[in-house]
Design a protein around this ligand. Structure first.
Ligand code: HEC
Length: 106
């Protein structure tokens, strides 16, 4: 009995550790990859651009505002970063799916 409890605690510990990193839903992951967002952005860590979590902590955007910023970035919002290039090639429906996911991050 004690052994089972220890095993359960151990498994619980591991799964809470892996939760420290944001889980990206597979459909969103696919769009982030296809549209090259991941070359410059990570959900949790600063890369070339700010972490998506940091974007939401600082700015609290609505999905529609994020879609706007994909097409027309505003580098003034992020001093210390190089400017993000406007990404007109991202299809609107894909931009909205990505934007809704980013807006859901805390
Ligand atoms: C070549 C690198 C690069 C790529 C590719 C890129 N970004 Fe960015 N992104 C940046 C940088 C750098 C910033 C901060 C400076 C700025 O906003 O111009 C930024 C800022 C942002 C912001 C914050 C906007 C604001 O004004 O607060 C969002 C949201 C964002 N990117 C989403 C995306 C999404 C979604 C994609 C893919 C469709 C993407 N980015 C692709 C580099 C990139």
């Amino acid at each position: 009995m004690k052994k089972i409890l220890v095993t359960l605690l151990f498994i619980g510990g591991i799964s809470s550790l892996s939760h420290a990193q944001t889980r990206i839903p597979p459909n969103v992951q696919k769009l982030l990859q296809k549209n090259t967002c991941l070359a410059c952005h990570n959900a949790d860590k600063k890369l070339v651009g700010p972490a998506y979590k940091e974007v939401m902590q600082k700015k609290k955007y609505k999905p529609e505002q994020i879609v706007e910023l994909i097409y027309k970035p505003n580098p003034k919002n992020w001093p210390g970063y190089p400017p993000m290039a406007p990404m007109a090639q991202v299809p609107k429906n894909e931009a909205l799916i990505i934007a809704k996911w980013i807006a859901s991050l805390k």
